[in-house]
Design a protein. Structure first.
Length: 263
């Protein structure tokens, strides 16, 4: 799935070097398309051409203009892509998939499956901030996972601690407080981009954490919530998905935390 590795299958598909995909690629694609439907299209893994323009792709220097955005949006459209008998059909040759919002969580699911097959009943798996747990920690208690407060910079300050287990469950978070760029006027904008407008999503939300049984699904849902633009829309997506979530938004200068009832 890596867009940084030119020899990855994801890069080969994006570059048009192949239309043949693996079962794993197809499973990640299916998660992306499912969340695209649940989000009403505000989450779209084909956002790659737009991400490149805003400096979140292979080149970090933004190259944004109205005409460039219009061209990039012409290649965006998860609903116009499909996989049939192991072969992928893209909306256009310029369509580029960006599954960075799914791949880490999906990788965790595959590790957890391997542990389950081999009779490992107590584990905590983490890749890049996404987490799956089962059973109990080494002290025989529930797993306790810290959720960071969405403050600027790379510091880790505790917002809350979530107790998980013994059933297998996953957490995934998304936010704009670490991965952002500055425009020509020095204003910051986040990496969550709209497949509708081609611009960064304007929102009072700063972070979302989602809980489901599948980490890949939770990973994509968290990004979908951030792309939805407001907490009400995000909770609507979470309810349709049958998941649980914690959402942090800014009210004036105050962080406000809201959760689903069963969180």
């Amino acid at each position: 799935m890596s867009l940084c590795n030119p020899r990855s299958l994801g890069s080969a598909v994006n570059d048009g070097a192949t239309d043949s995909v693996s079962r794993r690629f197809a499973e990640v694609f299916d998660i992306g398309q499912k969340v695209w439907v649940l989000s009403g299209g505000v989450y779209d893994p084909t956002i790659g051409p737009v991400a490149e323009l805003w400096g979140f792709g292979r080149v970090e220097n933004p190259q944004v203009s109205d005409s460039a955005i219009a061209v990039a949006l012409g290649a965006v459209g998860m609903g116009e892509c499909s996989i049939i008998d192991g072969r992928i059909a893209k909306k256009s040759p310029a369509t580029r998939f960006d599954f960075s919002s799914v791949a880490k969580g999906y990788g965790i699911d595959r590790i957890a499956d391997m542990f389950d097959r081999n009779g490992i009943t107590d584990y905590m798996i983490e890749i890049g901030g996404e987490v799956a747990v089962r059973g109990h920690n080494p002290s025989g208690r529930e797993w306790h996972i810290q959720i960071d407060s969405p403050e600027g910079g790379m510091m880790h300050r505790r917002l809350t601690v979530k107790s998980l287990g013994p059933e297998r469950v996953a957490l995934a978070s998304s936010g704009n407080y670490r991965n952002f760029r500055l425009d020509s006027l020095g204003r910051s904008y986040g990496h969550t981009l709209s497949p509708i407008t081609g611009h960064p999503v304007a929102s009072t939300m700063v972070a979302v954490t989602v809980e489901t049984s599948s980490c890949g699904f939770a990973d994509a849902l968290a990004t979908a919530c951030m792309a939805s633009g407001c907490a009400d829309s995000a909770f609507a997506i979470i309810n349709r998905a049958g998941a649980e979530a914690l959402i942090v938004d800014v009210d004036a200068d105050t962080l406000r935390v809201t959760t689903t009832p069963r969180w």
